[in-house]
Ligand binder design. Structure first.
Ligand SMILES: Nc1ncnc2c1ncn2[C@@H]1O[C@H](COP(=O)(O)OP(=O)(O)OP(=O)(O)O)[C@@H](O)[C@H]1O
Length: 369
């Protein structure tokens, strides 16, 4: 998928941005606070209907404006062009249009424009809570396994009911049985689609491990998919045995909503011993693996948004990452403060492979070389 045209109106400090991005590398430079990340935020609005920086609507909309709008044309794998418009109102309303027709759910957008964002927060993928890894991995499951979304929605609806009964207290296990039956039926299938997806992901990860860019430490890291309940029990048995503990705390401790992707070396947690820099390159490797796995199934790469990349990686890893992304042929949007951050590398590439944009006080202009 390729963003062919992008217009942003009144998002953060961006008043009126109209650009025609290049189908590979797009680099946005400008001083702190000029509006570079806001451009990426605009792209995430058309990809998800929401920002990757804020769950709230009001902070995204330009001060003194009632609404912000993003419009784009996205070229699909079969060459068709899909127009996507997202309007955010300060009062909280979001309206989404695909080919001028109102979309029912923002999740529809993700299929037209799959994106991956690497920013400073992404580096908590290894050291952060399991929910961060689960969300990361489920992005792939959502895209490659069509039933995933419906299974997840039904499972979480039953889980919500179960938890509210647990919180109410004074119940016996039989009160939970109807909800457990639904959780088991959806949850076992959720595990199946995740396990299948995990095999693509692991394969892509192992293939990437052969690249020379990783040092020995980051090369020998194992990934393990944990389904969220003991390997010795069925989900039904596990829910039953967890009942007393769940009742005490008023929440369900086991199940696919507790799945995780362990990142280990010889059984040890890597966050305890890899350096911060090594953790960062490992995170990049995980992002590249998920993109590779996606492309194996879908035949195209997701669009990458790299926010302030130069600040996060050393020069060598930055160049290797770029080289890899250029080789994939996918579209990438990168922000950085200095033009020099990337030109040394990009100068070696044909000029048709990239476009440079200058961002200043919320205006975006293409730099002509
Ligand atoms: N709702 C808003 N309306 C107007 N301006 C805003 C709003 N929210 C944030 N800003 C301003 O928008 C500007 C752009 O922020 P952005 O994070 O995009 O900058 P940036 O170029 O990525 O900066 P940095 O290099 O420091 O990360 C900032 O100066 C910020 O104060």
């Amino acid at each position: 998928m390729v963003i062919n045209r992008l217009s942003i109106r009144d998002i953060r400090n961006l008043h009126a941005v109209d650009i025609n991005p290049c189908k590979t590398i797009n680099f946005f430079s400008g001083v702190n606070g000029s509006g570079k990340t806001s451009v990426l935020e605009g792209i995430s609005l058309i990809a998800h209907g929401r920002s990757f920086r804020s769950h709230l609507t009001s902070p995204i909309i330009r001060f003194d404006c009632d609404q912000g709008v993003v419009y784009s044309e996205v070229i699909q794998c079969d060459g068709t062009i899909v127009s996507i418009g997202v309007q955010k109102e300060r009062k909280g309303l979001t309206s989404v249009k695909v080919n001028k027709q109102s979309a029912r759910q923002s999740s529809e957008l993700a299929r037209y424009l799959p994106i991956q964002v690497i920013d400073a927060d992404s580096f908590s993928l290894i050291s952060g809570a399991p929910s961060i890894r689960r969300k990361f991995f489920d992005w792939l499951v959502f895209h490659v396994e069509h039933p995933f979304l419906a299974l997840w929605q039904r499972y979480t609806a039953a889980l919500k009911q179960r938890n509210s009964l647990l919180r109410r207290g004074k119940i016996t296990y039989s009160d939970l049985e109807p909800w457990d039956a639904e959780m088991v039926s959806q949850g076992e299938q959720l595990h199946e689609v995740r396990a299948r997806t995990y095999s693509y992901f692991k394969e892509a990860y192992e293939q990437l491990s052969s690249l020379k860019v990783w040092d020995n430490e980051t090369q020998n890291i194992d990934l393990v998919y944990k389904r969220g309940w003991s390997e010795e029990e069925t989900l039904s048995e596990a829910l039953k045995s967890s009942f007393e503990r769940d009742l005490k705390s008023g929440t369900t401790h086991i199940g696919p909503h507790r799945a995780d992707l362990w990142v280990r070396s010889k059984g040890r947690k890597v966050s305890d011993w890899l350096s911060r820099g090594q953790q960062k390159t490992l995170v990049v490797k995980l992002f590249l693996s998920i993109a590779e796995a996606y492309s194996k199934v879908k035949g195209t790469f997701p669009v990458f948004l790299l926010d302030d990349l130069p600040a996060e990686l050393d020069k060598y890893h930055r160049e290797e990452l770029l080289r890899h992304l250029v080789n994939t042929g996918g579209q990438v949007f990168i922000t950085g403060i200095e033009v020099d951050d990337l030109t040394q590398y990009l100068d070696k590439e044909p000029s048709t492979l990239y476009k440079m944009f200058h961002v200043e006080h919320g205006t975006v202009t293409e730099r002509k070389s």
